[in-house]
Design a binder for this molecule. Structure first.
Ligand SMILES: C[S@@+](CC[C@H](N)C(=O)[O-])C[C@H]1O[C@@H](n2cnc3c(N)ncnc32)[C@H](O)[C@@H]1O
Length: 318
């Protein structure tokens, strides 16, 4: 039996310490949809200690960008639910491995999607989707702790909103970060996110780049990499992983996430189970140091949605 919680009382008790989060969570309960409200109750009941400081951090970042987190979250979630409902009916993702150019035109190169809700919506799912909250916790506990050289250099490929880059640059003041993304909208959003939230311009360099192509980086040149929620978006995920393994130094680590049986506006590589992901990692010269498997059913025992998110910290096998 899950314990009952009094939402208004919890919000009130957090208002002094976490004012931005408390005000946004209050708005969320007034304006959100039932499914998300239930998931949020789960987070408040089961993840409270972790939830509030992370929510304050991410929602303050969003506020500094002049965002409207609830609007973006709802649009992003409804788009995801529509795609997932279609997948559960047909067994097919929106795109296949021959149609990356369509995904590029309709999503990554489309300001109505990227600037309207995609980038901000995805950013705030780290607060409002418990599955992404747990993913974020895994990132902090298993990946940030694996970066042992304070004076490191690393890269994120497909950085989107740029939250992971922010976390790394904030925690390690002597670290330098490179970032590559195919979308000019991701590029300008992440640049703004970093600059408006106190990361000095000379600590990072973000550029357009396409991970379907060989990376223009020296072998063994990176101490860390992030490759989160990109594998399922590209037609050649194994080649991209092999390139990342090549660029990492032998003691370096890469944080990787992907989604299994989970459609979206821009998914085209369909992983059917965890073994397909782990087999791909090892065939791309990556050894798993730690991993987490997060089925949506962990958060809602009645759901028929087969989504499983998974995250890994890997090191190259050289
Ligand atoms: C789902 S978002 C992930 C953002 C962020 N990494 C996260 O985990 O929330 C996917 C990102 O990958 C980028 N992307 C898609 N295909 C790419 C490619 N071939 N090369 C580089 N970036 C790509 C998109 O523009 C988008 O910003």
């Amino acid at each position: 039996m899950s314990k009952e919680i009094n939402i208004p009382e919890i919000i009130e008790s957090k208002r002094d310490q976490y004012p931005v989060a408390a005000a946004t969570v209050e708005r969320f309960f007034n304006e959100s949809i039932v499914l998300l409200r239930k998931q949020m109750e789960f987070s408040l009941r089961e993840r409270g200690d972790y939830f509030w400081p992370l929510a304050e951090k991410i929602l303050t970042i969003d506020q500094n960008l002049g965002g409207d987190p609830i609007k973006a979250l709802l649009e992003y979630t409804l788009a995801f639910l529509r795609e997932q409902a279609s997948f559960m009916k047909t067994g097919n993702y929106r795109y296949d491995t021959d149609s990356f150019n369509d995904a590029f035109a309709e999503v990554y190169d489309n300001p109505d999607v990227m600037e309207n809700f995609y980038l901000e919506g995805l950013l705030v799912t780290h607060v409002f989707w418990p599955i992404h909250l747990d993913m974020h916790r895994f990132f902090e506990d298993h990946f940030l702790s694996a970066i042992t050289t304070e004076k490191s250099i690393g890269a994120e490929f497909g950085f989107g909103h740029g939250l992971y880059l922010y976390e790394i640059l904030k925690k390690f003041p002597d670290t330098y970060a490179l970032g590559f993304d195919i979308s000019k909208y991701s590029l300008s959003y992440a640049q703004r996110l970093l600059e408006k939230n106190g990361i000095a311009k000379d600590r990072f360099s973000l550029d357009l780049g396409d991970v379907r192509q060989p990376l223009a980086l020296e072998s063994n040149s990176l101490d860390w990499c992030v490759f989160a929620e990109v594998l399922e978006h590209i037609p050649n995920p194994k080649e991209a992983l092999t390139e990342i393994s090549r660029c990492l130094n032998p003691n370096g680590h890469v944080f990787i996430t992907t989604a299994i049986n989970s459609n979206a506006l821009d998914h085209l590589w369909h992983f059917n189970n965890m073994d397909e992901v782990t087999d791909m990692l090892s065939s791309a010269n990556l050894q798993i140091v730690s991993s987490v498997e997060l089925p949506l059913s962990n958060y809602d025992s009645k759901t028929k949605d087969p989504t499983i998110d998974c995250a890994f910290v890997c090191t190259p096998t050289k």
